[in-house]
Design a protein around this ligand. Structure first.
Ligand code: NAI
Length: 492
């Protein structure tokens, strides 16, 4: 036989108590009284003042209102788990309807005095209820304002976090008013998650916090889809999202050419010292001293990670007439043959390359793949380029290599501890990261702020794929049914 729900379970289903933990629910449940009513009994009458709330445990209650000319009108029938008179436990309330027992019923009853006694002794519980009520008030105020202006937007609402003007303009352009997009500048975290109230979809980026506490609050705000507008998802608790039934999508690939071309730009700028030449000429210094570079033609390049981006770079480097060596855990022999790429072991790549570019993902095996021992094996004056992930390089070893002259130049689009700095204008702040500050002092180091992906084509592809995921969600697809879904490992 089906067991009756416990008072605590019943309470947890009541909207205003839904944000409370089990301990708080128990506290209230203990103070509730179980009352029984017979068929036809009146629990309360329309127009009377009342100071108690009821949760129906068993039986059914008819809600009736006095209509025109004294005729009773049945409004609804309350069933087990439903609640009546909830606001009267905060303040005496005039009953808006009569409650009549349809068939024998058991109700859990809580009166205002008892409830206020519980509140006066439990600040934490009071705060949680207050927070819930203020969230509701904000959502309702928003809805009422919309209704008053006749501006009721039925479109799917999407909240973007950590947005920049370039994100907003491309999404607005491709969206063509199909979905209601709202762009929030702050990053998503426990302090900003309340902004997601009223949105079915959240669109997040690499530095947003999507850990379990944030996901739980998103769920409470009824967010159903998190559309990541990036490839990586190391900032998301995927298991938790899945458990909560929140769908998660990403953009697996956007423009490998964009990143490869940026790597080539860093290489050319470093080798031909464009940054220094540009500054000199602006100052009226037309001297060429110290600006000597080398021909890339017939030199040797080493590419670590021959995936989508690595392959684009191989093409570019072959175009310069370079010999290209590649290292990858998995070799694409057909590509190598077609593009005259020579797969070698890492040590050989280190010892033969005049320039080295990194395009492997950050995984435990590639963490600090460029370290002190790797640098020792490299050619003196080697040019190092990293557009992949900062932690592929041991930054201390890199600084030592630059100081000794072993490394001739370094082009870095990524940095191990970039989260605090990259993407932001901190020009009026002090840089407290001494390692980053030291790197910035070298005249043979160019740092860009994780911008390798930043081309119109890549942004457009990111927006297109993200909006496509939202369309599929809108068509009713959820979790694994979404083509770019991110699922927990055991679900793959
Ligand atoms: P991909 O998955 O197509 O290629 C990665 C390649 O690395 C694969 O061929 C894989 O076999 C190889 N690999 C795996 N383990 C390896 C190991 N232990 N040693 C050497 N190679 C290994 O990825 P894609 O699209 O080429 O991206 C590469 C990296 O570029 C990404 O992981 C990401 O970190 C970075 N990236 C940077 C961007 C930026 O704006 N700076 C933008 C997009 C990606």
């Amino acid at each position: 036989m089906k067991q009756k729900p416990t008072p605590c379970e019943l309470l947890s289903k009541v909207d205003i108590f839904s944000s409370l933990d089990t301990e708080s629910l128990e506290l209230i449940a203990q103070k509730m009284t179980l009352v029984t009513y017979k068929k036809g009994d009146i629990i309360c009458r329309e127009g009377e003042t009342g100071d108690r709330m009821f949760v129906i445990v068993s039986g059914e209650i008819t809600v009736v209102k006095m209509g025109a000319e004294g005729v009773e009108v049945e409004i609804t029938v309350l069933k087990p788990g439903e609640v009546a008179g909830v606001m009267s436990i905060f303040d005496k309330d005039v009953r808006s309807a009569t409650l009549r027992v349809k068939n024998n019923a058991e109700l859990l009853m809580l009166d205002k005095e008892t409830f206020q006694h519980i509140l006066s002794r439990n600040t934490e519980l009071s705060n949680k209820l207050l927070a819930y009520l203020s969230r509701q008030l904000r959502a309702e105020t928003y809805t009422v304002a919309k209704l008053l202006t006749g501006d009721v937007d039925k479109r799917v609402k999407v909240a973007f976090f950590d947005t920049k003007p370039y994100t907003e303009s491309i999404f607005r352009e491709l969206n063509k008013e199909k979905y209601a997009l709202h762009f929030f500048e702050p990053r998503l975290n426990t302090n900003t998650v309340s902004l997601s109230s009223g949105f079915q979809v959240v669109c997040a980026f690499v530095n947003d916090d999507l850990s379990a506490p944030v996901l739980e609050l998103l769920k409470r705000n009824k967010v159903e889809l998190i559309a990541m507008r990036c490839a990586g998802y190391n900032n998301v608790d995927i298991e938790c999202a899945h458990k909560l039934g929140i769908s998660l999508t990403r953009v697996p690939a956007y423009s490998p050419n964009a990143v490869a071309e940026h790597a080539a730009a860093l290489l050319l700028a470093l080798n031909r010292k464009i940054n220094r030449a540009y500054n000199r000429v602006r100052e009226g210094n037309f001297s060429l001293n110290g600006l000597v570079g080398f021909d890339l033609y017939q030199k040797t390049a080493g590419v670590i990670g021959i995936g989508k981006i690595g392959k684009c770079l191989v093409n570019i480097l072959r175009g310069f007439g370079m010999t290209v060596l590649g290292y990858d855990k998995y070799q694409d022999k057909d590509f190598a043959k077609a593009h005259e790429l020579h797969y070698v072991e890492l040590d050989e790549l280190f010892s033969r390359s005049d320039i080295i570019s990194l395009h492997a993902p950050l995984i435990p095996q590639t963490h600090h793949v460029i370290n002190k021992s790797a640098i020792q094996k490299m050619k003196p004056g080697v040019v190092l380029v990293n557009t992949s992930r900062g932690a592929l390089i041991d930054t201390t070893a890199l600084i030592n290599g630059l100081k000794s002259g072993k490394i001739g130049a370094a082009g870095l689009d990524v940095y191990e501890e970039e989260e605090e700095y990259f993407f932001e204008d901190l020009s009026d702040k002090i840089i407290t990261d001494d390692t980053l500050a030291r790197l910035m002092t070298f005249n043979n180091v160019i740092i860009t702020s994780h911008q390798a992906f930043l081309t119109r084509e890549a942004l457009s592809e990111i927006a297109r794929v993200t909006l496509e995921s939202i369309t599929l969600y809108n068509q009713g697809k959820r979790l694994a049914e979404l083509p770019n879904a991110v699922l927990p490992k055991f679900k793959k």
